[in-house]
Design a protein around this ligand. Structure first.
Ligand code: FAD
Length: 559
């Protein structure tokens, strides 16, 4: 093993030569799902240590569950992923393939239900060792259970290390007496320092064992979008963020080379409307797919902090952001039905409204509030928005204005975000809808004044909503208040070229607060006991009746 200095985190990173520590001359299969990287990849490392006299089969399976085109979806993509994310994934695979090729290996791409594909590969290639990153998402938990059962029944060794996160969620839950900590501060206390803080990470290899004969299992190169049945010209503007480990490391190095910026990083300060140069790292899609190791990111931040005199601390620091990710991973893993309201022990039961037209207007950026609509268009076109921008649209959809179920907003984000992450997305939607973690439902983001604070000229709105590009700045956040002559001159008539506001924020938010108050009272009354469908239905119809009579009472009375 040769120690190499690496660009940023030299003391804890090294290069691994394919040393035989447990060689039996047998074949290993490295199954990539997330963890699309060479650096700090313990599954690859294990296979390379063990398989120096055998072959290594690095495999990625194109899973129809995520990748099958769905022309009936509201935007290009599959039913579960927008094209931006699929493209990001393919770029990441291409980059991984090219890194593996430089080491004398390559990525083998197969298609089909991953469990079945795995079984065929294990049989056909006479695999003795199956190595893949442990995954806490429910989809992978179920899939991996099946694959592990099969592997052990046929005598295949399985190596499945935790390397997507800094901590093993199981350890934290155990340390906390079998339950996940439900506040960030208690999480920090229990978690302490991750072991990666002082461990060496394998960053590169001098070479990898060769790929064996692939037989006729249908192995291919990384497909293009077109080969998967998508078309590249379905949308006018695509995400500017390119996928892959090389891009991730470049982006990371760029962020951390500005030590003062890292030292002073403080969320939620930072401009959510900055889109040409975002106020945060935009490392989330790389962490999502594991193009970037969170442990390497952690070590790099530690080194910056050592080099500077003063720096910010969790929860607001950059390291603190990474720990928010850990917090949500742990809570999600330890909570039954984390991705829904019903049957979820940490989620308040709230009688959200069913309104598919309102939901579609929000999703399509047609609420009539330019700040909200521009954010939703950024989501559609780029698959990424600043954290506070996500706050604004999530609050607007749920407890702020429309009173629509957080699960429906979650679904839209889950499909369109390039960083879409099961634990983090569900956790944040519960947070923003005041269903869990955060309960101050009287604090609502204004869809007008919040964005104006950061971007009084409305540059962000003009970019993502070009229909408003000529609207004078005093009306850009509330175009319905512009006199008709101004609208005509700006070539944007509200109600024709751009929608009228779908609700009036002051009245809508007041109604929402009232409903939240009643829902909280019901939750309190039940004192943690189960709130049944009927209780919620009763409360919903009471709230709707009250809403109707409030509207009636607000109308001017006729004699
Ligand atoms: P930075 O501020 O540079 O932070 C660095 C890293 O820390 C991020 O890449 C991310 O991995 C992690 N991080 C930052 N903020 C959070 C947070 N609040 N919770 C957990 N981890 C965090 N993030 C996702 O990665 N995937 C999602 O699906 C997702 N859905 C969200 C849904 C809603 C409603 C909201 C309000 C937030 C959501 N977030 C999600 C969290 C957050 O908005 C993004 O992680 C962040 O904006 C990504 O940008 P960045 O990489 O520049 O972040």
């Amino acid at each position: 093993m040769r120690r190499l200095s690496s660009s940023v985190c030299s003391p804890s990173s090294h290069r691994l030569n394919p040393v035989t520590t447990m060689s039996t001359g047998s074949n290993s299969l490295v199954w990539f799902r997330k963890g699309l990287r060479v650096h700090d990849n313990p599954a690859l490392e294990h296979a390379s240590k063990c398989g120096s006299s055998g072959s290594i089969y690095p495999v990625f399976v194109i899973d129809p569950h995520y990748m099958e085109p769905d022309p009936s979806s509201f935007s290009p993509g599959s039913s579960r992923a927008g094209v931006n994310r699929i493209r990001f994934l393919l770029e990441s695979l291409k980059d991984l393939d090219s890194s593996l090729k430089k080491l004398g290996s390559r990525l083998l791409v197969l298609r089909g239900e991953p469990g079945e594909v795995m079984l065929r590969c294990l049989q056909e290639w006479k695999v003795k060792r199956l190595c893949f990153e442990y995954d806490t998402d429910p989809y992978y938990q179920a899939l991996d259970f099946r694959v592990k059962e099969y592997a052990s029944s046929v005598g295949v060794e399985v190596f499945s290390p935790v390397s997507h996160t800094l901590f093993n969620p199981t350890d934290i839950i155990e340390k906390n007496g079998g339950k996940p900590p439900l506040s960030y501060q208690s999480f920090l206390k229990i978690a302490g320092e991750p072991s990666c803080a002082s461990s060496e990470l394998v960053m590169s290899y001098s070479s990898l064992p060769p790929v064996g004969d692939v037989g006729n299992l249908g192995v291919s190169e990384v497909p293009t979008l077109e080969e998967l049945g998508y078309s590249d010209d379905e949308q006018a503007e695509w995400t500017p963020f390119r996928g892959g480990e090389s891009e991730a490391l470049k982006r990371l190095n760029k962020s951390i080379s500005d030590k003062a910026w890292v030292a002073n990083f403080e969320k939620p300060k930072g401009d959510p409307s900055a889109f040409l140069k975002p106020a945060t790292t935009v490392l989330s899609p790389y962490l999502k797919f594991g193009c970037l190791s969170s442990r390497y990111f952690y070590q790099c931040l530690q080194r910056v902090y050592k080099d500077v005199k003063k720096h910010t601390s969790p929860p607001v620091s950059l390291l603190g952001q990474l720990l928010w990710r850990e917090f949500f991973y742990t809570t999600a893993f330890g909570t039954r039905n984390f991705d829904r309201m019903k049957g979820n022990p940490i989620c308040k039961q709230i009688p959200w409204k069913e309104d598919l037209d309102m939901l579609a207007a929000w999703r399509d950026g047609k609420t009539g509030y330019p700040w909200i609509d521009a954010i939703m268009v950024q989501l559609l076109k780029w698959g990424w928005m600043h954290h506070l921008a996500r706050h604004c649209v999530a609050c607007f959809l749920t407890r702020g204005d429309l009173f629509i179920h957080w699960e429906q907003g979650r679904d839209v984000f889950e499909r369109l975000l390039i960083d879409s992450d099961w634990a983090i997305n569900n956790g944040n939607w519960m947070w923003l809808s005041c269903s869990s973690f955060f309960y101050q439902y009287n604090r609502i983001y204004s869809p007008v004044s919040f964005g104006k604070k950061y971007d009084p000229d409305g540059k962000y709105i003009r970019h993502f909503l070009p229909v408003l590009k000529d609207m004078p700045k005093q009306y850009i956040y509330e175009p319905w208040t512009a006199p008709l002559s101004v609208q005509t001159k700006a070539k944007c008539i509200v109600g024709k070229d751009y929608p009228k506001p779908m609700v009036m924020h002051d009245a809508a938010s007041k109604e929402c607060k009232r409903k939240m108050g009643e829902a909280y009272a019901l939750n309190k009354k039940m004192n943690g006991g189960e709130i049944g469908d009927e209780d919620l239905r009763d409360l919903r119809s009471k709230l709707e009746k009250d809403e109707e009579s409030n509207i009636r009472n607000q109308r001017p009375k006729l004699n």
